[in-house]
Design a protein around this ligand. Structure first.
Ligand code: 6PG
Length: 503
C-alpha cells in the first residue's frame, strides 16, 4: 500500500517532523540526498517502535518517492531556506509531479520568496507553505504551525497539521505536553491555524522570530544587570528566573535560560555560561523583521536593537580593545539589602518591555497585512503561539484575550489590561533602565522599549522642530497645526522677517 505523505529532508527538523507524523498514524516515505540521515531516521524509528512494524519508509530518488506516495501527492519539504527549495521543486517536476500535487515548504523561508514561488509554480504544482516553530523537540512532539497559501491545499493538510501540532488545554490556556514517542497528545486545541494567502504564514513566523530575538535579548540584559551590577552568580540568577517563571513572565525562554545558567561545564567545573563565547549567531529572520519594519514604516525598535546587539557581540576583538581604553562610570558595589529591590525592578522592566515588544510585533503584522491585503486573525495568531513555539508564554493568552475583546485593536498598548499593567509597573521599569544606565550596563532592548512607550503616549513630539529643520535646508515644507493638514507651507528663510508662504 502507498504512503500518505512524501517527505524531503531528514535533517534535525525533518526527522522529528517525520516521527511526529508517524506517531499520529501517517505513513511517510522519506527522501534525503544524504543516505546517512535516512539511516539515522530508520534507526530512530526502530528504537522507538520496539517490536511494532516499521512506521517510516525511505527511498533513493525523487521518482521512487512519487511512486511510493498516493496521488494526488502531498509532499512536505524540510530543506534549508533559499535555493534548495526551488531545487527540490524542480527535481520533483522532472520526476513527474503533477499540477494537482501539493508541495509544502516548512523551512524558515523569506516570505516574499514564498509569494514568488507560488506564482512560479502555478499550473505545475500547488505550492503551499507552513512555517514551523518549536525547534527539534517541538517538531518531534508538537510544534506551532503557521500555514498559508492555496485553500484546497489547506483542506488536505489541515487534519495532518492539527494532528501533529502542539495542543493547548482550552480551559486553562496552558500547553498540554507529553514527550513520549508513540503517545502523542490528541486532545486539546491544536496550535495550527490557517494564516492567509501565500506569504502571510512566513511573514507571521518572521515576526514571531523578531519577537523571539527581542525576548531573548531582554532576558540576557536582565542577566547582565544581575551578574555585573548585582554581583550574582549564574546559579543565583537561575533561581531568580525559576521564581519569575511562576508569574506573568512564565515562558519557555525564561525556563531554558534558568536551565542554561544552572548548568556546570563538566570539563572545567565552571558555570557553563562562563565557558560559552559571547558572540551571538543569527540566521536572518530577526534581521528580516527589522528590515520589514523599516520598509513598512512601523516602529519596532526593540526588535531592531536585539539584532544590533547580536551584531555588536560578534565584534569581540574590537570590544576587547575598547574595554582597555574606553571609560565607564565608577560603580559602587551593591549593598546586599538592596538586591531584592533591584531584582523586583528588573522583573517589572522585563514585563513592561515584553508588552511593548509584542505591541511592536503585532503592529508590524497589522501594517504589513494592510499593505498586502491579508486579513490576519490576531487573536488566533496569539492562540497558536501559546504552545509549541519558542516564544510560548502564559502572556499570549492575555494577548489573545485583548484581540478577542476588540478585533480592530490598533495597538496592544491601547488595550485596557495592558495599559493598566504598564501603568502599575512602569516605575520599576524606569528605575531598572536608569540604574543600569548609571552603572554603564547596556540594556538596549529594555530601554528602547521604554522610549517606544514614552513616544507612543506623547501627543506632541519634537517632530515639529524636525519639520522646521527640513524646511530650512531643503524647502521640504510643513503643515500647520492651525490649518488643514494637506495645506503645505514654506518659510522664506533668507528674507527679512522670514515670511511663511502657502505652497
Ligand atoms: C523557532 C525558531 C527557529 C530557529 C530560528 C532562530 O521558532 O523554532 O525561531 O526557527 O531557531 O531560526 O535562529 P537564529 O537565532 O539562528 O536566527
Amino acid at each position: 500500500s502507498r504512503c500518505d505523505i512524501g517527505f524531503i529532508g531528514a535533517g534535525v527538523m525533518g526527522k522529528n517532523l517525520i516521527l511526529n507524523l508517524a506517531d499520529n498514524g501517517y505513513r511517510v516515505c522519506a527522501f534525503d540526498l544524504d543516505q546517512g540521515r535516512l539511516n539515522a531516521l530508520l534507526e530512530q524509528d526502530a528504537k522507538e517502535r520496539g517490536d511494532q512494524p516499521a512506521r517510516v519508509e525511505t527511498c533513493n530518488s525523487y521518482t521512487e518517492l512519487l511512486a511510493k506516495v498516493k496521488a494526488p501527492h502531498l509532499i512536505i519539504l524540510s530543506v534549508p531556506a533559499g535555493a534548495p527549495v526551488d531545487d527540490v521543486c524542480n527535481k520533483l517536476l522532472d520526476a513527474g509531479l503533477k499540477a494537482d500535487d501539493i508541495v509544502v515548504d516548512t523551512g524558515n523561508s523569506l516570505w516574499t520568496d514564498s509569494v514568488e514561488r507560488a506564482k512560479r509554480y502555478e499550473g505545475k504544482l500547488i505550492f503551499f507553505t507552513t512555517a514551523v516553530s518549536g525547534g527539534e523537540v517541538g517538531a518531534r512532539f508538537g510544534p506551532s504551525l503557521m500555514p498559508s497559501g492555496d485553500r484546497y491545499a489547506w483542506s488536505r493538510i489541515e487534519p495532518v497539521w492539527h494532528a501533529i501540532a502542539a495542543k493547548v488545554d482550552p480551559a486553562s490556556g496552558q500547553p498540554l505536553e507529553r514527550f513520549e514517542p508513540g503517545n502523542p497528545v490528541t486532545e486539546g486545541e491544536p496550535c495550527a491555524a490557517y494564516i492567509g494567502p501565500i506569504g502571510s504564514g512566513h511573514y507571521v513566523k518572521m515576526v514571531h522570530n523578531g519577537i523571539e530575538y527581542a525576548d531573548m535579548q531582554m532576558i540576557c540584559e536582565a542577566y547582565h544587570v544581575m551578574r555585573s551590577a548585582l554581583d550574582m552568580s549564574p546559579a543565583d540568577i537561575a533561581a531568580v528566573f525559576r521564581e519569575w517563571n511562576k508569574g506573568p513572565l512564565n515562558s519557555y525562554l525564561i525556563s531554558i535560560s534558568a536551565e542554561v545558567l544552572a548548568t556546570v561545564d563538566a570539563e572545567t567545573e565552571q558555570p557553563l555560561v562562563d565557558v560559552i563565547l559571547d558572540r551571538a549567531g543569527q540566521k536572518g529572520t530577526g534581521l528580516w523583521t527589522a528590515v520589514s519594519s523599516l520598509e513598512v514604516g512601523c516602529p519596532a525598535p526593540s526588535i531592531a536593537e536585539a539584532v544590533y546587539a547580536r551584531s555588536l557581540s560578534t565584534r569581540k576583538v574590537l570590544r576587547t580593545r575598547a574595554a582597555k581604553k574606553l571609560q565607564g562610570p565608577a560603580v559602587e558595589p551593591i549593598e546586599p539589602a538592596k538586591r531584592a529591590e533591584a531584582i523586583a525592578e528588573l522583573h517589572d522592566a522585563l514585563y513592561c518591555a515584553k508588552i511593548c515588544v509584542y505591541a511592536q510585533g503585532f503592529d508590524l503584522m497589522k501594517l504589513a497585512a494592510r499593505e498586502q491585503g491579508w486579513e490576519l486573525n490576531f487573536a488566533e495568531i496569539a492562540r497558536i503561539w501559546r504552545a509549541g513555539c519558542i516564544i510560548r508564554a502564559v502572556f499570549l493568552q492575555s494577548i489573545s484575550d485583548a484581540y478577542e475583546r476588540d478585533v480592530k485593536l490598533s495597538n496592544l498598548l491601547l488595550d485596557d489590561f495592558f495599559a493598566e499593567q504598564i501603568a502599575e509597573h512602569q516605575g520599576n521599569w524606569r528605575r531598572a533602565v536608569a540604574d543600569a544606565t548609571l552603572k554603564g550596563i547596556p540594556v538596549p532592548a529594555l530601554s528602547s522599549a521604554l522610549s517606544y512607550y514614552d513616544a507612543f503616549r506623547m501627543e506632541s513630539l519634537p517632530a515639529n522642530l524636525l519639520q522646521g529643520q527640513r524646511d530650512f535646508f531643503g524647502a521640504h515644507t510643513f503643515s500647520r497645526v492651525d490649518r488643514p493638514e494637506q495645506q503645505k507651507y514654506h518659510v522664506q528663510w533668507s528674507e527679512p522677517g522670514r515670511p511663511v508662504v502657502e505652497i
